[in-house]
Ligand binder design. Structure first.
Ligand code: ASP
Length: 273
């Protein structure tokens, strides 16, 4: 609630029932979390990358308009979901990345800040840095094992909130006309290699919204990219007549075959009929 009285879902729901555009509503919902300094998974105070820099990914899709927009690896903007919406509404592109995403945001009137770390996110990063040696780029298997061990230790010791380590925020909405929109916003994986882009800004992988279903994913994004997870769930429902449950189960089974585990999850919203 970020010190207020409503959750992001309550804000989005209220706007939808007031007749506001569904995408405006779900983005207003996630903005609450992006701006919350205590939420270490997204936006301001999101856990930084291996160099201590907060780099954010976000995307959105407007079902009825059949439009999408996304930014990846953007620094210095607390609400990347709003920049993704600008890509959707003001350009004929889908994805703008890195420094140019920041420049685009500046040109669109967003405030750019030097650093989105809070005391809390910086302290957690310094502690992680002390416990690992990411600069050596261990072989992928050893690096993964070392990272998992340190992550668990730091969660157990209270440095990192387990609910916010893999804490991408998704908000999908539908109004009384059956219009569906979705937004996904994230700081990505904590301590990721600088420049790494996850599934969240990849339309079809971490986000999808059409006139039947909206899907957002959270967990280790590389699996969702390899499974093209969000679009695949929609395709199974639209083309094969699968139920939402069956479609999600099938895609999660694909992800398990790729090596994913219980930390990978999806957050679907289905319009049936
Ligand atoms: N899927 C996000 C990513 O890989 C992380 C998350 O869901 O927490 O960037």
């Amino acid at each position: 609630k970020n010190g207020g009285t409503k959750t992001g879902v309550e804000i989005a729901f209220g706007m939808i029932t007031d007749g506001k555009d569904v995408l405006d509503a779900v983005i207003a919902g996630v903005n609450l979390c992006e701006l919350d300094p205590e939420d270490t998974s997204v936006g301001y105070g999101g856990l930084p990358n291996a160099d201590g820099v907060v780099q954010l990914d976000a995307s959105c899709m407007h079902g009825p308009k059949k439009r999408a927009g996304a930014v990846a690896c953007i620094e210095g903007v607390r609400t990347p979901s709003l920049v993704a919406q600008k890509v959707l509404s003001d350009t004929d592109h889908h994805l703008i990345v890195g420094r140019d995403a920041q420049r685009f945001a500046r040109n669109m009137g967003f405030t750019i800040e030097d650093d989105l770390n809070t005391e809390r996110s910086r302290a957690a990063w310094l502690e992680w840095k002390r416990r690992t040696d990411p600069a050596r780029y261990l072989d992928p298997v050893k690096r993964e094992a070392a990272l998992r061990r340190v992550e668990r230790e730091m969660m157990d010791e209270g440095w990192v909130d387990p609910n916010h380590f893999y804490g991408t925020i998704n908000c999908n909405g539908i109004n009384d006309k059956g219009e569906i929109c979705g937004v996904t916003t994230t700081g990505g994986l904590a301590w990721k290699i600088p420049g790494r882009v996850g599934d969240s800004p990849i339309i079809g992988a971490g986000t999808w919204a059409d006139n039947v279903v909206a899907v957002s994913c959270t967990g280790q994004g590389e699996f969702f990219i390899r499974a093209n997870a969000a679009a695949e769930i929609s395709a199974r429902i639209r083309h094969a007549g699968a139920s939402l449950q069956a479609a999600c189960d099938a895609v999660l089974a694909d992800i398990a075959k790729l090596g994913g585990d219980e930390l990978s999850a999806t957050d679907p919203l289905l319009l049936s009929g």
